[in-house]
Design a binder for this molecule. Structure first.
Ligand code: BGC
Length: 253
């Protein structure tokens, strides 16, 4: 099955057709800068433009950088505050005229990595962490997702963890990879103390730079870069849409 997977982020909205049986991207990825302010109406229009770019008429999966509870945004840490309580699934469905399925962006990346990437076949507790403007997490137990974990909002050194060791903080404070790596290790150590994971998977831009800070990571559980690096969010969003669409059809049938 082919599905349009979309990763909605603070700086870009990226989409690509995905073959959900293999997890492969079909054709070229397309990126549109996130409109500012990133209000529900502005993002919805950008999503429509993305759908039109692909001339797409099928289901759409969207990873979104907030808590998404049954299609409704429940937080807005790094997006416009007017998203809180917005029914993202309904809004996107109305503007595109297509079935849209929305989930948290880190959960989307985690779903892709568990199906086709580093988490494939992994039993036990796996935590995927995406490090970008914010920090997102996806927690799996024997391959099952506990959605919306928001562990980027744990308190560390008196502040929210994503204000201490996100990629945005690394850039803003001009931290070298070594200094940032020490902070990130501190964060992972807290996650390890709380959840005793068997594996950490790193997504987001810093996954491609792991050689620059891996010597600072001292967790018991290994830390591996996501196999599909920055595409995991797109692939996972498409997989999520495929499973929701499948359930919808089997209820009808
Ligand atoms: C949000 C999460 C999101 C993460 C990564 C955090 O600020 O609270 O929902 O997954 O950023 O985008």
């Amino acid at each position: 099955m082919h599905i349009l997977g979309v990763d909605i982020g603070g700086s870009g909205i990226k989409g690509c057709l995905v073959d959900t049986t293999t997890g492969e991207l079909i054709g070229e990825r397309h990126r549109i800068p996130t409109p500012q302010p990133a209000t529900p109406a502005a993002i919805a229009h950008t999503l429509k433009a993305l759908v039109e770019h692909f001339d797409w008429k099928g289901p759409v999966g969207c990873g979104f950088p907030a808590i998404i509870h049954h299609g409704i945004a429940k937080s807005a840490a790094n997006i416009d505050p007017s998203w809180v309580e917005t029914d993202a699934e309904r809004l996107f469905g109305e503007i595109t005229g297509l079935p849209c399925f929305v989930l948290n962006d880190a959960d989307a990346a985690g779903i892709a990595e568990m199906r086709f990437g580093e988490g494939k076949g992994h039993e036990g507790v796996v935590i995927l962490i995406t490090v970008g403007t914010g920090i997102g997490t996806a927690v799996f137990v024997n391959g099952h997702l506990l959605p919306n974990t928001e562990l980027g909002h744990l308190m560390l050194e008196g502040m929210v963890a994503e204000h201490y060791c996100s990629d945005a903080v690394r850039k803003r404070e001009d931290l070298g990879w070594g200094k940032w790596g020490k902070r990130f290790n501190h964060y992972l150590a807290r996650l390890e103390f709380l959840f005793s994971p068997d594996l950490f998977i790193l997504g987001g831009g810093s996954a491609a730079k792991m050689d620059k800070f891996i010597d600072k990571i001292a967790t018991r559980a290994p830390l591996l870069p996501a196999a599909s690096l920055n595409q995991a969010g797109i692939i996972g969003a498409a997989l999520y849409a495929a499973s929701r669409q499948g359930r919808k059809q089997s209820r009808r049938g």
